[in-house]
Design a protein around this ligand. Structure first.
Ligand SMILES: [Cu+2]
Length: 422
């Protein structure tokens, strides 16, 4: 699809320029998280405002989810023997900080390999897509308006992140699995000190060079209250770690700047090589994606509409959710660009955590939540479009294999997927 330029420029993570009527949730709200009597009863039902306590709550929720997922894989194998996913081949995705140095290097080396491999996308379609890595960025740019604030948001990004992990493994010899970035941890330490972004050889590269005198990033407007985000501690090119020399080839499309404006380069599909910029912003991490926010997101919403809207931020609420929170914590270019954000390799660690959060939420009531979908095929249903269903196709273009349906993407241990998070 081609993007409508003024709308594209107005679009930001977590908010839009014009409020559109929200589609009615199509799934019934589950009354409570407690399904099977006992184990969940010891789980937190409200998030502690003390982030140290909330961090423990998050650990409890995550380990409950892992037990739940493990036992469902074990029982589906013994009862039906149909699933390709067994306890033996079940992949475990881990937090970046818990990987060894050599595991982290294996991961970043595989990403560099994808960036050095020829694109599959024909240059007639996306002239700026020069590498396999860019195939993913280009696909995301092309579909931005139909995969955010839609019924496909969670599942699309699950499939996208999984396909990237598969490309790293199958095309670049990576033998590990997709790591994730736990925002709750970096909110405690400060982003610059987190193992994901500390700029060391075993990080995902660090901050950009400090640019003095930056102003605020301004989100919202046009009838919605403005959200002001402070600048971070960087702003310029990333100069250390594995991605110091990488080239961002696509975009910008709707890049928020720190003087309150935004910039675009048309549809963002032409070749526009430039450095990776970051503007690490702990204040954004601590405001929107701390442990309390994550636990709240997991325990409060009882239906998937509330879950996905809370995660992305209800327009006009002043909250950009953990989704916007993570993106704007990275800042820079393409970190602040809703369309081009997968051009920062840390995108996939952020979306690993997004997926993990959804997965934990699903495991709290699997029978009701595994296949719960709410929303339509267009950004906040503007323009109006049909409801997303289990039969809705999800096509990642040249990034990945053939289109799948939503049905295939709802569980991480059925269909094509076989992974859990620790
Ligand atoms: Cu996205």
């Amino acid at each position: 699809m081609r993007l409508n330029a003024p709308l594209a420029v107005a679009l930001l993570f977590g908010t839009i320029a014009s409020a559109a009527p929200a589609p009615a949730p199509q799934d019934e709200a589950a009354a409570t998280t407690t399904v099977s009597a006992d184990p969940t009863s010891t789980l937190p039902t409200t998030a502690s405002t003390d982030t140290a306590v909330a961090s423990d709550q998050l650990e409890d929720l995550a380990s409950y989810a892992a037990q739940q997922a493990n036992s469902s894989v074990a029982s589906s194998n013994s009862k039906h023997k149909r699933g390709a996913c067994t306890l033996k081949n079940l992949a475990i995705r881990r937090e970046w900080g818990s990987l060894s140095s050599s595991e982290r290097k294996a991961y970043t080396n595989a990403v560099l390999c994808l960036q050095a491999k020829q694109a599959n996308t024909p240059s007639s379609l996306i002239p700026g897509a020069k590498s396999r890595f860019d195939d993913f960025v280009g696909t995301h740019i092309n579909q931005t308006m139909t995969i955010h604030y839609t019924g496909t948001f969670l599942a699309w990004h699950r499939y996208f992140t999984w396909s990237y992990e598969q490309a790293l493994r199958n095309e670049c010899g990576y033998t590990g699995y997709q790591p994730y970035w736990d925002w709750a941890k970096s909110a405690q330490t400060g982003v610059e000190k987190s193992p994901v972004f500390d700029g060391s050889d075993t990080s995902m590269s660090g901050n950009g060079v400090y640019v003095p005198g930056e102003g605020n990033v301004v989100l919202g407007g046009n009838g919605l209250p403005e959200i002001l985000l402070p600048p971070g501690t960087g702003g310029g090119c990333v100069t250390s770690g594995p991605f110091a020399k990488m080239s961002v080839n696509l975009g910008p499309v709707s890049l928020s700047l720190t003087n309150g404006s935004s910039v675009s380069n048309g549809d963002g599909l032409s070749y526009n090589p430039r450095c990776l910029k970051r503007d690490l912003t702990s204040a954004v991490n601590q405001r929107f994606a701390n442990a309390t926010s994550v636990v709240n997101l997991i325990v409060k919403p009882k239906d998937v509409w509330d879950f996905e809207m809370t995660m992305q931020g209800y327009p006009g609420s002043g909250d950009i959710g953990v989704h916007g929170g993570g993106h704007y914590t990275m800042g820079g270019d393409p970190g602040r660009d809703l369309f081009v954000s997968p051009g920062d390799p840390a995108f996939y660690l952020h979306h690993g955590m997004i997926d993990r959060t959804w997965w934990i939420w699903q495991q709290l009531d699997p029978s009701k939540r595994t296949n719960a979908i709410s929303g339509t095929g267009t950004f906040l249903n503007s323009p109006a479009s049909p409801n997303t269903t289990l039969d809705t196709p999800v096509d990642l273009g040249y990034a990945a294999g053939p289109a799948l349906t939503m049905r295939d993407l709802m569980s991480t241990t059925a269909g094509p997927f076989c992974y859990i998070y620790l």
